[in-house]
Structures are given as C-alpha cells and as structure tokens.
Design a protein around this ligand. Sequence first.
Ligand SMILES: Cc1cc2nc3c(=O)[nH]c(=O)nc-3n(C[C@H](O)[C@H](O)[C@H](O)COP(=O)(O)OP(=O)(O)OC[C@H]3O[C@@H](n4cnc5c(N)ncnc54)[C@H](O)[C@@H]3O)c2cc1C
Length: 390
Amino acid sequence: MSDQKNVVVVGLSSYGLNVAKELGVKLPSGYRVIGVEKNDFGFNPVPALRASTIPGWEDKVLFPLNNFFPSSSKNLVFGGVAVTGITKDSVKLEKSITIDGVSTDTISYAYLVIATGSRAAFPIRIPTTTDLEEAKEGFRDMQKQVAKAQKVLIIGGGPVGFEFAGEITEYYNGSNGREKKDVTLVSLLPKLLHPDAKDSTHQKCLSALKKAGVKVILGHGVQDFDPNQNGYLGEPKKFTLDNGETVEADFVLAGVGPRANTNLVAEAFGEAALEQPTRQVRVRQTLQLVDYDNIFAAGDITNIKENKMAAWGSKHAAIIAGNINALINNAPLKDYSPMGGLVMLASFGATQAYGQLPFGLSLPSWLGARLKSKTLFAQMMPELLNIKSA
Ligand SMILES: Cc1cc2nc3c(=O)[nH]c(=O)nc-3n(C[C@H](O)[C@H](O)[C@H](O)COP(=O)(O)OP(=O)(O)OC[C@H]3O[C@@H](n4cnc5c(N)ncnc54)[C@H](O)[C@@H]3O)c2cc1C
C-alpha cells in the first residue's frame, strides 16, 4: 500500500474536474488526488439539448476520462464507479477497484470533496448505467424521436425549456426537408428564464419565442406529466393545464428545474447537513461542510447563494484546493465570494442569446450568441480532460 494520504473527489463534471485539476497542481508531497465518477466519461450538460436535436452534436457532449492525469502521475481517476456511501474518513464504492495493486471497494481519505451535482432526466443529465458509446447512442435515439415529433410540448420556461425551443425551431425550420413542428411552451411562472429576470430580459425572450412560431402559455401548470419521461410518446396525447385548457402533443420535454443530488450526504451526515427545502448541502464560506473541517462541497449541490452554473467551477476549485493546502499547513483559510445578482445567458439556437450580467446589465443578443450559442461551451469538457480535438 502507498503511504500517500488521499484527497478524494466524488463526481467528475465541471466542478469535480476543476477541483481535481487544481488539487493535482497544488497538493504537497505525501498527498494525492483520487477522483471517482459514476459514469465512464465526462458529460457537459450545456450542449445536451442541441445534441438531442442535431445529429453529430452527440460527439460534443461526452468525453473519456482516461487522459485527465498522465499515466506517470501519482494522482488517479476511476470512471464507471459510483460512490455508494460516505463515512467521516472513507468512501464506499459500488464495486472493487485496484489501487496500489490491491483490490478494494473502500477508499480512505484525509480530505473529501463532494461534487455530485444535480439530478434530472435525460437529456439534461445522463442515466447511471451507460458507458460512453451507450450514452452517445442515447443522444442519437433522442434526435430520431425529435425528428418524428409533430407536436412538441415544452414544460417549463427556464433556461432548459427556452433553449430547447430555440434548438428545435431553428433546426426544424421548413428547409432542407426538415418540416416545421408545432411547438408549445407552458410555464407555471409568469416570467421566462428566471423569476428574478428583468422585465426587459423576459420580453426579449418572449419575442424570440413568438418570432420562432412557438405558442407560449405563462402562469399555468401542466397537470399529470412525468418529469422523468422526456421524448416521443408514440401518438398524440392531450395534456390538461390548471386553467382547464388542453395542449395536444406527441413529444414532451420537461425542463422543470434540476434537484440537488445530495442523498449520499443526507445518508452519511443526516438531514441536518442539508438546507431545506432546496436539499442543497450547507457549506461554510470556506466551502467546508458546516460540521466537518475535512469535507468540502462544490458546484450545484451547495447552498451558496449564486446562480447554479458551470462557469464558477474554477473559482470553487481555487478556494477548495487552497483551503485543503491551508489545513495541511496549518495556515488560515480563505472565504469564497459568491457571484452576486442574477448572471445567466440562455442561447436560442446558434445565433441568438438572451440573459443578464451583474448589476442588471444586459448583453446584446449577437454578442451573447458569439459567447455561447455557436459553440455552447462544447470545448470546456475536452479542455478539462486534456483531450486535444473535439
Ligand atoms: C441546458 C443547460 C444549459 C446550461 N448552460 C449553462 C451555461 O451557459 N453556463 C454555465 O455556466 N452553466 C450552464 N449550465 C449549468 C451547468 O451545466 C451546471 O451548473 C454544471 O454542470 C454543474 O456542475 P456540477 O459539477 O456541480 O454537477 P453535474 O454537472 O451534475 O455533475 C455531477 C457529477 O457527479 C457524478 N456523480 C453523481 N453521483 C455520483 C456518485 N454517487 N458517485 C460518483 N459520481 C457521481 C455525476 O455522474 C456527474 O458527472 C447549463 C445546464 C443545462 C442543463
């Protein structure tokens, strides 16, 4: 067995990968990073809706993990292995792995970083059991389901619902043999994108939807839908809204808000470790769990008051890696400064984007599109995973 002390990172997506990378650079000798990810690949959710619509984009959302640390590195990454339990000094795995030549289903740690993110239905997140090729096939299958659809119902007017409306109306626009679809977006909230969005942001989103021919119904909920069943229904079905109105659809996508994936934390440390009703992990300003000095949380699972975005991954990582080093060296810890105010940018197809910046500033649609819509930050995951071409 190695005499290295382990810093274990659970969940390797935008946050876990940033943290593991930063720790790989910053940890002193005697310590190593061990990253554990339940999927055998890294998944970037940002281009997932385009990958569900446009053939070829499935190659821009999923990437192998095996290049992350060089083979000569003391640091290790294990993909395709879920963490099933946490104690105050070890994590339990769903199956055995080999570390230092020894087969084990338990990894002891000196420090732990939990970055298990959000739970949502495919295609917003990926089902657990898939390997990389199966996951790509899942996107190809969804593209075929979208192609078959004639009447699309999008439930939710947040970024997921809005972005999916943009993808589907831009690609199925009546040219190149791709017939237009009848698209309806229904949202319980009266505002598009975010309840705190400025009226002007909401209005710009509304006119983009209307210009694209989307029927928009705001302030009403769809009754009796399954948030875990996105896709083609086989035949048209009538959905009833809370005002009695009905919408007929043969394809449904629900973008009704991901939930924090924190069951592991609750099972390990009790419900008191979570904030209610969000079920996000309660963290100190140092990103340590409230009651545990050697356990940190990063990303979507935390109760930090900032909009949940991949964009803050390197900021969380810098604080966590710095603070783990500080604990090792008995130095003072630093506080994280959350991104205050509403910052968000939602694409609408490849040429439009709407959202707002700090201090309520807006971004012209063409500039937002240049920043996000054309590429959907598809380069982020291969860059993090040290994969040259994507
Ligand atoms: C359509 C869409 C558009 C978006 N647009 C933007 C944008 O423009 N800009 C932006 O910054 N953000 C955007 N986001 C948000 C961004 O994708 C998330 O904030 C980000 O992915 C959160 O990263 P995370 O690492 O915290 O969690 P996740 O991405 O949810 O990753 C969690 C990881 O943990 C793994 N995991 C879970 N449980 C276990 C376990 N028990 N054992 C091992 N591994 C486990 C999962 O497999 C996963 O890899 C968008 C999201 C969507 C859906």
